[in-house]
Design a protein around this ligand. Sequence first.
Ligand code: ADP
Ligand code: ZN
Length: 727
Amino acid sequence: MSQDSFIPQKIVPVLVPMPAERPYSYAVPDGMEVKAGSIVRVPLGPREVAGIVTEGSTDSIDAKKLRPISELFDCPPVDDGMMRFMRWAADYTISPPGMVARMVLRVPAAFDPEPPVPGLRFSGREPDRMTGARARVLELAEDGMAWTRTGLAHAAGVSATVIDGLSAQGVFEQVMIPARPIVAAPDVDYAKAALSEDQAVAAAQLAEAVSADGFSVSLLDGVTGSGKTEVYFEAVAKAIEKGRQVLILLPEIALTQQFLDRFHDRFGSKPAEWHSDLAPRTRERVWRQVMEGQVRVVAGARSALFLPFQDLGLIVVDEEHDPAYKQEDRVFYNARDMAVVRGHIGNFPVVLASATPSIESQVNANQGRYTRIRLTGRYAEAAMPDLKSIDMRRSPPRPGGFLSPALVEAINQTLQRQEQSLLFLNRRGYAPLTLCRVCGHRFQCPDCSSWLVEHRFRGQLVCHQCGHHEARPEACPSCGTLDHLVACGPGVERIAEEVEKTFPDARIIVLSSDLMGVKRLRLELDAIARGEADIIIGTQLVAKGHNFPNMTLVGVVDADLGLANGDPRAAERTFQLLSQVTGRAGRTGKKSLGLLQTYQPDHPVMRAIVSGDAQAFYEREIEERERSGLPPFGRLGSLIISAATRLEAENHARALRRAAPTSPQISVLGPAEAPLALVRGRHRFRLLIHGTRKADIQGFIRATLAAGPKERGSVRVQVDIDPQSFL
Ligand code: ADP
Ligand code: ZN
């Protein structure tokens, strides 16, 4: 390059939504002002994509190759806290920074401001002839406020043709009005809750954390029904008063309409929702209005953490122990842990709420890193349900059934009192396995190592890993024998069948995500809350956050279900799920009962639930974790190596194992074939990296990946830091 011809342009690094290790460099055209956080449109190969201008040095550049930024969007820049958070998240999860940026940028149409909408304003001219309808319209419009055509018609209770008639006479002039906010501003004084003494103390502690400014984590630990929501609403109120934005994370937001209503009851308006079931247009508007600061409070799923808040001042993570906070796709992250980091970076408080906090949060509270705030009893006259286990060895179901006589009798009594029963089984479909009684053939997914689950309502055999489905045949595909296929084990559909036979007059609802969409589910949940069903049979989606006032019996069909797998968190998870689901009973002061069908009534989890002694259970679990150096006393990371053939996956995994450095603090286990050895036609192997609490797991994994073979051919390597799943 000759010195005289080259005038260096301003060059900036831009994060593009790609799995590239480094940002790409672009030239800034004359007259364009960009800074770190600016959202821009840039050419990328033959396409144009949105990216985020970032800080740092640019690659050494061949000026001729450098392409200019196409456009700076008319959009506030991503704020500094968010930029730092993105960097941190990429680093911690060992993900390409562009893939983290991609999570922020997934709303392409939101980068331009919302266009104003056409509206009408009273021009001062009277219509030639007055009618009743016209008078009503003018009465509303006379003050000169702008209205949309349909909005005005609706408010005046007239048809839109009345408005059109007035427009034609010049009674209205055309104006453009700014797009309406997606939600009204919350009013902290709208309806203050009358808190119980306990609640008031807890709320004051939380409010103080918010007033104090600065980072802190509070663990709000209170039994189901103790009013944790009412209590953390006071922290939310405090943050709103201070003019800060608030994020409330919920594990199953699409289904927790009750939560939105309660927020409305307290603050006079709903929070903005954020989850994958929103219409694209709504998502864009929420994103944009969060970025512009118009939206003050968001209630969202884990991905809401990557919304571009301008002035985030509080995050609440409700049901903080919930496994749904872990994303296991592209960027593997735990939204609960990331929320704490976001608070630390943004220097604001974080509230974690749960009736059954995770072991990690318990230990953090025990060691003083988090402030524990306890609510010890249920609100008002509501008592905890009476919890008992049913020993299935001594009270077995009748042949072909799954409900023990003791549970059937309890349902019967509940029906007679005209109250509701919930039967919980965390398994969709009719039966988890179908086999041929003659030759023993088992129906398996062609692309995954999992059995096909029979869904009888749909008449199909379905793979719960990949969604593969086929019609249930009449004859065995292996030996050809007709009518000798048997369904093994129960799913919710099969329990429903048994319940229908046993209680033919009861009103029964089966709730399972595969049977209906989110809209239907919401309607069904409302119907249940209104008492329009007697017996509800459901998977874990009924366990989360709902209040069913007339529900006085919860029966857990298979309390042992989650204990069998080799997951180090199996006991903790089962304890949490069983506490949560039995906690659905007796929310309004009626005497209530929770029954656990189990073959292991002496298992520590069953004992903890039945005795109500959560403390003892947690102490034992924590001791166990400490002894084995498992989180939070040690650190884990997983490498999941997959490929089109078993041999490729295994070879690559072995090569990575050989490439791993040696470290006194870190050991590598495996490679071992994954328990789910085949998913969607890909063969999977796992390496587990286990370190001491202070070990640099990320550094170790980076070194391993750098020294080992690169991904090539069909081979893919996924990194999962702090894995929750070991399948
Ligand atoms: P948690 O989240 O701890 O399970 P919730 O916040 O859902 O408990 O409260 C349980 C029930 O008690 C809800 O129906 C809630 O409206 C009611 N409740 C709790 N505290 C109060 C209060 N101070 N005033 C009125 N109702 C309350
Ligand atoms: Zn499959």
